[in-house]
Design a protein around this ligand. Structure first.
Ligand code: NAP
Length: 200
């Protein structure tokens, strides 16, 4: 079985994440994609929403896709979510699965800085998905990453979680940037500084 792991802070998950995962699944014939929210991301500040809420939003966003699943391994483990620790744990728990890690094209340039990257590339390959404005030169990657990063094209959607949080904080609409189910979840739980309210 071929499985793509879509790791992210997902603070909140938006349609750019969903399109990236679907592009990777379709381009590389992945049987499933597992969405894995990090607990504390290694490379940025702690998320605004709790791990439980970010996992809840991910579950809402992917519920209608037959091949998408959630993976709560990093939320359960706690601490800083180094991908190398996670991938070793996953490979112990799920033997015989061919794993691919899905990341945005911007993140590919940053891969050499990842903790334990030289060991990580021997445990799985990376699928980088294009996003607007990213300049990705695979030949410029260090030798140990050559042949370990594959690219998938996706419809370009210039949306970020930061922009969504800023819109919510300033009272602007995020409709269609996230699924209706995620928008309902945010309003129901009063996330990102908005007043909680019933949506039924
Ligand atoms: P994120 O912001 O929540 O986004 C998840 C992924 O979706 C990222 O790869 C991001 O790529 C991509 N993405 C977001 N918006 C997009 C759009 N509009 N179009 C296309 N792609 C889009 O994720 P993150 O917090 O950066 O983390 C990504 C994963 O890398 C996590 O699992 C994290 O733990 C892991 N990581 C590990 C290490 C380490 O082990 N040392 C270091 C850094 C990250 P972009 O980055 O291009 O936005």
């Amino acid at each position: 079985m071929k499985v793509g792991i879509m790791g992210g802070t997902f603070d909140p998950i938006h349609i750019g994440h969903l399109l990236a995962a679907e592009a990777a699944r379709d381009s590389f014939g992945l049987d499933q994609v597992w969405f894995m929210p990090s607990h504390i991301p290694p490379h940025k500040e702690q998320a605004g929403a709790s791990g439980e809420d970010r996992l809840g939003m991910v579950a809402e966003a992917i519920s209608d896709h037959p091949c998408f699943r959630t993976l709560d391994i990093e939320i359960r483990r706690g601490g800083v979510s180094y991908t190398i620790d996670t991938v070793k744990e996953i490979r112990r728990s799920f033997e015989g699965i061919d794993f691919h890690f899905i990341i945005g094209a911007d993140m590919v340039n940053y891969l050499p800085k990842w903790e334990g990257i030289e060991e990580l590339v021997n445990l799985m390959t990376f699928i980088g998905v294009g996003r607007p404005g990213s300049t990705l030169d695979l030949d410029a990657l260090p030798g140990y990453l050559q042949g370990k990063v594959h690219l998938a094209d996706m419809p370009q959607v210039d949306i970020s979680s930061t922009e969504i949080r800023e819109k919510l904080a300033t009272g602007h609409s995020i409709r269609y940037m996230v699924t209706d189910s995620v928008y309902d979840y945010i309003r129901r739980r009063g996330l990102y500084g908005i007043q909680p309210r019933r949506t039924d």
